[in-house]
Design a protein around this ligand. Sequence first.
Ligand code: HEC
Length: 196
Amino acid sequence: MRLSKILSAGIFLLAASAALAQAPSYSNVGRTPTKEEIQAWDISVGPDGKGLPAGQGTAKEGAPIFAAKCAVCHGANGEGGKIGPRVVGGIADTETLTTLKPVRTVGGYWPYATSVFDFINRAMPRGQSGTLTPNEVYSLTALLLFKSNIIKSDDEVLDQKTLPKVQMPNRNGFVPARFADIPDEHKRGCKQGICP
Ligand code: HEC
């Protein structure tokens, strides 16, 4: 970069930070969102089920919804299509994360069943997110978990109470977020007491 360019970039940065320092207060712009508007955005569901809406569904109820709204991208049986990835399986011995060719699915990979609900609820069907009712999302979640053999019956009712109790196969397959929470020093990458 030529010196003059560097200088003018510097001047620009100075000008920008000066402008930031005197940022006007936008008190006359916008308005406080209503409770309903905040609720519509506040859809995150935690691992413990916090944030799950009222409602319920079974895999049996999910099947026709999947056929109508999901199969076009994910395949009739969730096996994956041209647009959407495979959404069932991934937990058979031949395809888990411990094999050389792991099939990464929500069932085989994700640690919390509640995240399946959260993801479908916030992001699917792709391009039309936000259009599913809570009952539809519970039913679709049940369908994917049933087809992956994680829940055993297509009559099993998933709701605010039962969904967080579903144990995902890879629940303990993740490294803890905090280094200090890995008790085994070898697993932290430490050698002879010296850690990276
Ligand atoms: C228009 C195509 C399309 C439709 C319709 C669609 N999906 Fe998807 N879906 C995708 C794509 C593409 C991805 C992966 C990229 C992404 O995450 O956006 C995906 C990702 C997913 C995942 C996460 C997969 C993973 O392992 O990360 C799930 C679960 C899922 N979809 C469920 C559904 C369900 C249930 C429906 C029906 C309500 C649905 N999808 C409808 C295209 C679609």
